[in-house]
Design a binder for this molecule. Structure first.
Ligand SMILES: [Zn+2]
Length: 198
């Protein structure tokens, strides 16, 4: 090996050593909550402390059924909707919850009504879930602009379909453009649409 080759070799060796000696990185602190600004609709993650007074706590994961049945919308779901609504307004859209929490009794009534309308429980379940399956009586589902006529109402729900994941809100079923659930942590991609309820 000539002198210049030796230098080249030594240089290459030191480079590869340098590349391998990666600095020790500290584990990133886990996100304990997402905070949504009430005035701007912006969302930020926090790893310590709590959300400010001008923010609402959105939770750091998908919202799931609690042990005890609630009597209203789950607080973080309501917060996700309120923050998303501010962002929607800024984009020129208007989203409204036309049905959120439902009592078991109400869900039972809606299901029975659907059974007589569609002729069977199986067919009815594609549109209204039976009370034990629906997430409305668990305070974990919202219907957006359902029953409000006009294309703008549909376009506004479509805006939420595109942007809801930023707030942890996902449209769930192909056949229900209005139905949203808190299926993911804010900022996480929503699961693929299911064809229909049931
Ligand atoms: Zn619904």
């Amino acid at each position: 090996m000539g002198r210049s080759h030796a230098i080249l070799f030594a240089t290459a060796l030191s480079f590869s050593l340098f590349a391998q000696a990666s600095p020790v990185q500290a584990e990133p602190a886990p996100i304990i909550d997402y905070c949504g600004k009430k005035t701007s609709g912006n969302v930020r993650a926090i790893t310590a402390g709590r959300c400010q007074l001008t923010e609402l706590s959105l939770g750091n994961q998908a919202l799931t059924r609690s042990v005890k049945r609630p009597t209203q919308l789950v607080k973080e779901l309501n917060a996700r909707f309120l923050v998303a609504r501010v962002a929607a307004q800024k984009a020129g859209y208007d989203i409204n919850v036309t049905s959120g929490y439902r009592s078991l009794k109400r869900q039972k009534y809606l299901f029975q009504r659907a059974v007589s309308r569609y002729g069977s429980k199986a067919e009815a379940s594609k549109w209204v879930l039976p009370p034990e399956k629906s997430n409305h009586p668990w305070g974990l589902a919202i219907d957006i602009n359902y029953g409000i006529s006009g294309t703008k109402a549909r376009q506004s729900a479509a805006w939420l379909d595109r942007n809801g994941y930023k707030y942890g809100l996902c449209r769930r079923y192909k056949n229900e453009w209005w139905h949203f659930e808190p299926l993911v942590a804010p900022g996480t991609r929503c699961p693929v649409l299911e064809p229909y309820a049931s």
